[in-house]
Ligand binder design. Structure first.
Ligand code: FAD
Ligand code: SF4
Length: 280
């Protein structure tokens, strides 16, 4: 397989698409290639093409989670979401741009079952084991988006700048349908360049895990109070990072038999998060 190393975003965009795939830290993409879940003719190493580093409220998409978790200028909710993600080794390599674009952890998908997200005609998880799956947005695919970081960025009201457009983070994602398995709106030849992250008055990230370290979220709740308004972002509850517009949204959850236990966890974490940002 070919490896290309463009030195600018323009050059990278010209190389991407048609089986040429962007590579940042490689923590996600290398296992997918190894397991045959992703096929690529060429890898486009974007590390010289995408900004890296923190400048005030602007974060380069190439910035690693390890860099974010120790920077005192980064809001608590995002630092904590980074600190609680993955392992120190993965956080040292993994970029925030790559984190937002990680694939589902659904084991049926990872084992290449021919489900909706692989272009098939059913959700194997709904008919089988789905304890780690969704309680919202699970009409077609019931996977649970694993990004703690995206939940934090949703709560903060983050804007993205790509090589093609500026957009609120929520618009990066879409729920898959029976005829379109995509979970993001990013084009094959589009790169995330920077994130604009407002500084909140108070923020918090709370994560329920099946062990205390190095685990994907069962439920992650991010809350941030900005200009007096509290926003909530959730991880591990829907096929895409999930925004709660109010606590009442929890009454509209659609848990599966195996994921019903997540709802009381979400309620408890949301209540705790709201208390924390009310005064924090
Ligand atoms: C074992 C394990 C445990 C983990 N646990 C957690 C966890 O608990 N919480 C959590 O939030 N995350 C977790 N992660 C995810 C981890 O944080 C991501 O794998 C990492 O951040 C991805 O970044 P990367 O730079 O390595 O991406 P890569 O692997 O290089 O790329 C990932 C994807 O993003 C695309 N891409 C990368 N950068 C850009 C860009 N700037 N523009 C456009 N496309 C881009 C690539 O083409 C690829 O499709 C875990 C991962 C592993 C492997
Ligand atoms: S939850 Fe989604 S990824 Fe998993 S089997 Fe169902 S359709 Fe596939």
């Amino acid at each position: 397989m070919e490896l290309r190393q463009p030195s600018s975003a323009e050059e990278a965009v010209g190389l991407l698409g048609n089986g040429h795939v962007a590579l940042a830290g490689g923590t996600e993409i290398v296992p997918l290639l190894r397991d045959g879940l992703l096929r690529a003719d060429a890898l486009i190493d974007i590390r010289r093409a995408v900004p890296r580093g923190i400048h005030g409220t602007t974060i380069g998409a190439g910035t690693t989670l390890a860099e974010l978790e120790v920077d005192p200028g980064i809001p608590v909710v995002l630092r904590e979401a980074c600190r609680l993600a993955a392992s120190p080794q993965l956080r040292a390599m993994g970029s925030i741009g790559g984190n937002l674009l990680q694939a589902t952890r659904c084991w049926y998908w990872r084992l290449d079952f021919p489900c909706y997200l692989h272009g098939g005609d059913r959700c194997h998880a709904k008919d089988g084991r789905h304890d780690e799956h969704a309680i919202f947005g699970n009409d077609v695919c019931a996977s649970a988006h694993p990004s703690d970081v995206a939940a934090a960025l949703l709560a903060l009201g983050t804007m993205l700048r790509t090589t093609a457009r500026e957009l609120p983070l929520a618009e990066l994602y879409r729920l898959p349908t029976t005829d379109d398995p995509q979970t993001t709106t990013l084009a094959d030849d589009e790169l995330i360049l920077e994130l604009e992250v407002p500084i909140p008055e108070a923020s918090v990230y709370l994560k329920a895990m099946d062990r205390q370290r190095w685990s994907f979220p069962i439920v992650g709740v991010a809350a941030a109070r900005t200009a007096g308004e509290v926003r909530l972002g959730l991880a591990g509850v829907a096929p895409v990072p999930w925004t709660l517009t109010s606590v009442d949204d929890l009454d509209r959850a659609t848990p599966l038999p195996g994921t019903a236990y997540k709802l009381p966890i979400a309620r408890a974490l949301v209540a705790r998060a709201l208390r924390a940002v009310a005064t924090g």
